[in-house]
Each structure stands twice: as structure tokens, then as C-alpha cells.
Design a binder for this molecule. Structure first.
Ligand code: GLY
Ligand code: MN
Ligand code: MN
Length: 443
């Protein structure tokens, strides 16, 4: 069974017997005039179908009694003329065969078929309140089914939100996903390595961005997973900087946050390095602090420990360093406990230490145990995939030692939780001061 069919089977088991789930892929989007953005399918739809063509809808019917579960794809028909302009499309028959659906129909038949498929079923699951046009389409089907009530047809009594079920499934990666994520991280790691090798003072940030994009694409990654951040000097203190148009200057650090999407799976890696190949003393002090924070965070990534532990571990190390280096006044705070209680560290470290990673860069799945009293942070489990990305960002401010001004550092790796601890899948690009300086020929 292909991995998508296996997921469909698992979802069907989680549904009410005989219920129907409906999931549409993403719409195409115009960029301007008649040219479109590169098409990207919906992640939930892909997770269950493996099918990447637009104008597709998946219907899943859960087993009931002797009737087995069924999966049905609606997709574009073969069309010689359109394929001449736009390229290959599977068409229902070949898609059914290639992706293991039980049935497939032209998407033009969706409305007519849904009025049939939703007749006499107890519940319909769909991603409601996500897309107004789809909500209206489902409402139309339900109305059509209710319209048959005088002939004895019963309409679904319950409407369920589909995505929470899928969010929980997507959180635990299967072997197919783990392999794709490792490949995505390997390519992105190689891209960071390439950018480090290419870096020279005076280069524009976009020249380094071009190195990243080249390495992504030449290894078969279809897209960047998000707009790369290539931030030199003070730009690194802007968390979502992506203008990438400044000229790098001798003595500055460059922070690159870039990941690719390989066969729909994202990587999300950050490296920070001196553009001239050698860290200055203050850069090195803060860099090694962030690295220690990352080590502490990684050590807290263990199956069974709450998700929040690794952020707390990183923050503690960073806060200690802020006191040690005079970024925060020890006379004022006394110790790290007061820094944390007053959240004083957020002047220099204002984001979380990670997030789920998968089909989306910020992947699906709750961070808390939503069913438990007080909704505590959920325990980590083998198969969860996340980023670990501590940083420090020092904007000029009164009382902040000047030697640290405008230094921005983040170190971000991708991790899969294993039985025996974290498995770092993004280790290609160097990370220690010695490794970076050696690679860049600075020492
Ligand atoms: N690149 C987005 C993030 O680090 O979360
Ligand atoms: Mn990230
Ligand atoms: Mn990132």
C-alpha cells in the first residue's frame, strides 16, 4: 500500500462508521495579468492523496458493517489541447491507478456525485470555515441531499471538522515522511555550506541567496520552503528580514535562514557566520552562547518530556549569558530566576525555540494536550519533527554594551524525536566556530 493510501485507511478508521470526508486541494492563484504563482497543492490534501494537480478533491467513505472504506478522487480530465499548453495531467483513470484510489471521476461531476455520496450517511467531515467558496459548495450538496428527503433519503446529521484529526496524524511522521524530511534537510544543509563557501565581504545578500537557490534546485528541491532570510550586520536583528538587498561589509556576521521543499517536505535551517571568515571576540562570545543554548535545548528533546522543556532549557542558558556579558544588569536582576520572571531576556530573545516541521514549515499539530485539564504542554513522542532555533538579537539601546550592538545570531536545526533522543537531520552545514572558520579559510 502506498503511504498515502495507508494514511487514508488510518483516517477512515478514526471516522464515524459510514461517514464521508471531503477535502479539496488548494486553488491556483494569479500573480498578475494571466500569469500564475507557482502552483502549490494543499498540504492536507497531499498528505492523503500524493496528488499534486490543482482542481482536485478527495472523498473518503469510512467502513460501515460489511462495506469497506472507499477513497474517491475527483480530478481534471485528460485534455489534449490544455495539455499542449500546460503539460501533463493524469485524468481520473490513470490517477486512480497510480495513487491507489478505489474510484476516480472528472471534477466536473463533483456536485452531482456528492449529492449521491452524502445520501444516507451519518456525518460529513470537512475543513469548514477555511474557504468560503468551499463552505458554500458543501452547503449546496447538503441542501441537495435534504431535497430528496421525501423519497426517504436521509441527510448527514452531523458536520465534523476534519482538520483536527489530520493535524494529529501529521504530527507523527511515518517512515516515508522521515526519509523525505532527511533529504530536504540534507539539501538545505548543502545550500548553507555553499553560501558559506561563497561568502566574501562586499557581496550583496542576494548573491548569497542565489547560491542557496541554486543548490536547492540542482538537487531537485521544487521550491524554497519560505522566502530565504539573508541578513548581514544589523539586518540580522530584524526577525523576518527578507529584502536581501544590502551589501555585506567586512567584520559583519551574516544570518541565513533558508530551507527548501523537497517532494512537499520542508526544511528550515539557520546558520550565522562572519562574512570574512573570522569571528570577532564579541561575535564569538554571543555565537558560542547561542550554541550552548542549542545544545541545552537538544538535550531536553526526549520522548516523554513536555514540548515546552527545550525552550525553557535554551532560555535559561541565554539568560545566564545575558547576565554574564552585561546585556542585562546583574545588579538589577540578581540572577536568572528574576530575569525569567520579569521576562527581561525578551529584549534580546523574543521568539520561541522551535515549531513542528513537516509538509508546512510551521507544521500542523497542537503544542498542548488539549484534552487535559489546564491544557499542559504535550509530551514529545517518537516521530515528531521540530526545529530547534535559539538566537540572540542585540539592538542598540542605553545600557547595552556597545561591542554587541547590531549582532544578530540564530542557529536552527531540524530534529526528529527518536526512541533514544533527538535525531538531528540538518547537520551538513558546519556549526562550531572552529568548523566555520576552517571551512571559510579564515584560520
Ligand atoms: N524560517 C521560519 C522559522 O524559522 O520559523
Ligand atoms: Mn524555524
Ligand atoms: Mn528558520
Amino acid at each position: 500500500m502506498n503511504p498515502w493510501a495507508a494514511r487514508r485507511a488510518r483516517l477512515a478508521l478514526a471516522m464515524e462508521p459510514g461517514a464521508v470526508a471531503v477535502l479539496a486541494t488548494a486553488p491556483e492563484a494569479l500573480r498578475n495579468g494571466d500569469s500564475e504563482y507557482p502552483y502549490r497543492h494543499d498540504s492536507y490534501f497531499y498528505y492523503l492523496s500524493g496528488f499534486t494537480e490543482p482542481e482536485s478533491v478527495l472523498v473518503l467513505v469510512a467502513a460501515r458493517g460489511d462495506l469497506p472504506a472507499r477513497s474517491i478522487l475527483f480530478c481534471r480530465e485528460k485534455n489534449v489541447e490544455r495539455e499542449t499548453w500546460e503539460g501533463f495531467r493524469y485524468g481520473p483513470a490513470a490517477a486512480r491507478e497510480a495513487f491507489g484510489f478505489d474510484e476516480a471521476f472528472p471534477v466536473a461531476e463533483l456536485d452531482a456525485q456528492m449529492a449521491r455520496l452524502l445520501a444516507d450517511v451519518p456525518a460529513v467531515y470537512y475543513a469548514n470555515a477555511r474557504d468560503a467558496a468551499f463552505d458554500a459548495q458543501v452547503a449546496g450538496w447538503l441542501k441537495a441531499v435534504r431535497g430528496q428527503s421525501r423519497s426517504g433519503v436521509v441527510a448527514p446529521a452531523r458536520i465534523q471538522h476534519l482538520l483536527p484529526l489530520l493535524d494529529e496524524m501529521r504530527l507523527l511522521k511515518d517512515a516515508h515522511e522521515e526519509a523525505l524530511m532527511a533529504k530536504s534537510a540534507e539539501i538545505a544543509g548543502a545550500a548553507h555550506l555553499r553560501a558559506m563557501r561563497a561568502a566574501k565581504p562586499g557581496m550583496f545578500e542576494y548573491e548569497l541567496e542565489a547560491e542557496l537557490l541554486y543548490e536547492f534546485r540542482r538537487n531537485g528541491a521544487q521550491f524554497p520552503a519560505y522566502t530565504p532570510i539573508v541578513a548581514s550586520g544589523a539586518n540580522a536583528c530584524i526577525l523576518h528580514y527578507n529584502a536581501n538587498n544590502a551589501r555585506t561589509r567586512d567584520g559583519e556576521l551574516v544570518l541565513i535562514d533558508a530551507g527548501c521543499e523537497f517532494d512537499s517536505y520542508a526544511s528550515d535551517i539557520t546558520r550565522t557566520f562572519p562574512v570574512n571568515g573570522v569571528f570577532s571576540a564579541p561575535q564569538r562570545q554571543l555565537y558560542e552562547l547561542v550554541l550552548r543554548a542549542q545544545d541545552a535545548a537538544l538535550a531536553a528533546i526526549q520522548a516523554g518530556r513536555p514540548y515546552s522543556d527545550f525552550h525553557e532549557a535554551a532560555v535559561k542558558v541565554l539568560a545566564e549569558g545575558m547576565l554574564d556579558f552585561g546585556l542585562l544588569d546583574r545588579a538589577k536582576y540578581g540572577g536568572v530566576e528574576n530575569v525569567l520572571a520579569e521576562r527581561a531576556h525578551t529584549q534580546f530573545y523574543m521568539h520561541g525555540t522551535g515549531h513542528w516541521l513537516g509538509l508546512d514549515v510551521h507544521d500542523a499539530g497542537a503544542y498542548r494536550d488539549l484534552a487535559a485539564e489546564g491544557k499542559p504542554s504535550r509530551p514529545l513522542m517518537p516521530g515528531m519533527a521540530l526545529t530547534v532555533e535559539p538566537g540572540i538579537y542585540v539592538r542598540p539601546a542605553p545600557g547595552v554594551p556597545e561591542q554587541f550592538w547590531n549582532i544578530g545570531i540564530r542557529i536552527e536545526d531540524n530534529v526528529i524525536v527518536g526512541e533514544a533522543g533527538p535525531q538531528v537531520i540538518s547537520g551538513t552545514a558546519p556549526k562550531t566556530v572552529a568548523e566555520i572558520e576552517t571551512l571559510m579559510g579564515g584560520q
